[in-house]
Design a protein around this ligand. Sequence first.
Ligand code: PAF
Length: 293
Amino acid sequence: MINVVHTVKETRDQVNEWKAHGLSVGFVPTMGYLHEGHQSLIKKAVEENDKVVVSIFVNPMQFGPTEDFESYPRDLQADARLCEETGADLIFNPEAEEMYTDGFCSFVDMSGPTKELCGKSRPIHFRGVCTVVSKLFNIVTPDRAYFGQKDAQQLSVIRRMVRDLNIPVEIVGCPIVREKDGLAKSSRNTYLNEEERKAALILSKTIFMGQELVNNGMTDAKALINAMKENILTEPLAKIDYVEVVDFDDISIKDTIEGNTLVAMAVYIGKTRLIDNFIVTDKQLDTANKHGL
Ligand code: PAF
């Protein structure tokens, strides 16, 4: 059985022992209830490192007071099975008291890239993410850490944090994993009832539509956003939180699709808030231009 530890000390002791033998360490931070999206991160970590640590911690600090911290799905046994099958070596599963000891009052806060998109509708979210991820980096001291592109703003924020704070870890971004019908995998998909699950397809359909518009030469951000919003609103159960076009490096709003661009959306389906996105690279735009579009 995979080793599951609950304390900072046990995690450090194990990682130090590996490092003393010259082994490299990959790290996949998660909030558990693991699915194929997480599994793809663990697989990549296993391919690229001698040892892999997965953290499973539903971090209270990144949830707002009216958000789903209490109801967030949890299943440590199933998670442990998936980690073991995928080749991970250690699970760090702390209690909140282990991470936030009495009197805890130090935070990692970021301006700039946390202001738009999810940062707007979830004002304390990224302070919680940056604080817990920097703590986890200090505990696990990995060589590489793996984050999914599904949380594209988070990926960009973590890259910035690591650069700004000189944290010696390589951040590896991994592609979005989708259900067969297109819906991006998310632990929150379990909140959807049958009708909502069908309705949720409007997110991926709109992402694919947006991608096609860009591939066909659309460069005006407003036109793209309007077309995507119009499409989302054809689904009666959908309520738009945001559809935005931003620079993928600093998450600033863009008027024109050029350079590394992130097209991101958050949409409520019933009470469930889902996110999805696509990234446009210079290379893609070059191809569209070469085709005379
Ligand atoms: O992406 C997540 O699951 C969380 O935000 C993370 C990175 C594990 C921090 O709690």
